[in-house]
Design a protein around this ligand. Structure first.
Ligand code: FE2
Length: 374
């Protein structure tokens, strides 16, 4: 079998409407310092906070925003707290991929009726700025989907948080929205989780990549992409495949101690400017050798951007039937080689950069080799 693509169909099969990603919550060891990292290196703005000063006695959260992307960085204030245990096991990582829905309680009930496991029951949060309703269902590993209904709220984030800004001189780097979030799951579990998204949320299987698409001399993986009807939510699910050496997915699973979010792809309209700024702020990217650029235009055809600039910044290029895309991958953003970011600019293309898989995975292998985990 080889790559197969199901063209997005206009028939919506969604179990309930999802309007987009509401927020992504990381459980981290030190939220105060992580918040400054995202401001300084990634150009996010601090918008809200909760902690002991706001009545949250056992945890703190910093909320950061850029474009439509909201990150919540949460840390525990005592070792018994669920967050402390999560961080001890997984290191810093994504706990919650929150989905923006129209009716949290109804969506939760539908999801449970269709086979989801509850993460938390529907709850109503109110303050002077209005009301937010939310509920949670479990997905792979210890990861959760919060279902957030915010039709009646005009505060900074949600009740329990206070608006907070920072004196840090943030330089917006042009990140617009979450393009897709990728999960790594254990060998043999990919189809189970694809079925979960199909059965529980009514998602469509968009693309299948097998180990012939995604393999180098040493390592391989398999991937399937599921999406909701409007395409705002796209979840590729990876599992390791048999190779001569340890795959990047196995390395992730070893260090994360199980399934979890591997990367978050964030979109920009100007990847050259975004990546130039990220590099100047010290963000590390995977390195693809210059030889990649000798033949890439033969493969992808004409593009608007200056190839020399893309080469200088090490940005990758791919094309599908609908257009082209530019993409680049950071190195992991915490101590364990787990979560990383993709920066993506879509010029029509709706795919995921299949033409770059080989160059990319060889780049990851060079990093694995340095870590002694290949
Ligand atoms: Fe990606």
């Amino acid at each position: 079998m080889n790559t197969s693509t199901n063209t997005a169909t206009s028939v919506m099969t969604d179990a309930f409407p999802i309007n987009g990603t509401d927020y992504i919550e990381f459980y981290v060891g030190n939220a105060k310092q992580s918040a400054l990292y995202y401001q300084a290196a990634f150009g996010y703005r601090l918008i809200a906070y909760r902690g002991p000063e706001t009545g949250s006695r056992d945890m703190v959260s910093y909320v950061l925003q850029q474009g439509k992307i909201r990150l919540v960085l949460s840390a525990a204030l005592n070792p018994e707290h669920e967050i402390a245990k999560h961080v001890a096991e997984h290191g810093d990582g994504v706990k919650t991929l929150a989905l923006w829905v129209n009716n949290a309680a109804e969506s939760y009930k539908i999801a449970l009726d269709r086979g989801a496991e509850s993460a938390f029951e529907p709850t109503t949060l109110s303050d002077d700025n209005g009301t937010i309703k939310m509920a949670g269902i479990k997905t792979y590993g210890n990861t959760v989907h919060a279902l957030v209904e915010r039709s009646n709220y005009d505060g900074a984030f949600m009740p329990g948080f206070e608006a907070r800004t920072s004196a840090y001189p943030v330089d917006d780097i042009g990140l617009k929205y979450v393009d897709h979030c990728v999960g790594n799951v254990e060998l043999g579990d990919m189809n189970k989780w694809v079925k979960f998204y199909q059965d529980v949320l009514g998602f469509k299987l968009l693309i299948t990549f097998d180990d012939k698409d995604i393999s180098t001399k040493y390592t391989a993986l398999m991937s399937k992409v599921v999406s909701n009807g409007n395409g705002y939510i796209k979840f590729p699910i990876n599992e390791p495949a048999q190779g001569l050496k340890k795959s990047q997915i196995e390395e992730y699973l070893d260090f994360y101690k199980g399934a979890g979010v591997q990367h978050i792809a964030v979109a920009t309209d100007n990847i050259i400017e975004t990546v130039s700024k990220l590099r100047s702020k010290g963000v590390d990217f995977l390195y693809v050798p210059e030889v990649y650029y000798d033949t890439v235009l033969d493969r992808v055809g004409e593009i608007e951007e200056d190839i020399e600039e893309l080469k200088k910044l090490n940005i990758l290029i791919d094309r599908d039937e609908e257009g082209y895309l530019l993409q680049i991958f950071t190195k992991p953003v915490q101590d364990r080689p787990t979560v990383f970011y993709e920066i993506i600019q879509r010029n029509g293309a709706q795919s995921f950069g299949k033409g770059n898989f080989k160059a990319l995975f060889e780049a990851i292998e060079r990093e694995q080799e340095l870590r002694g985990t290949l």
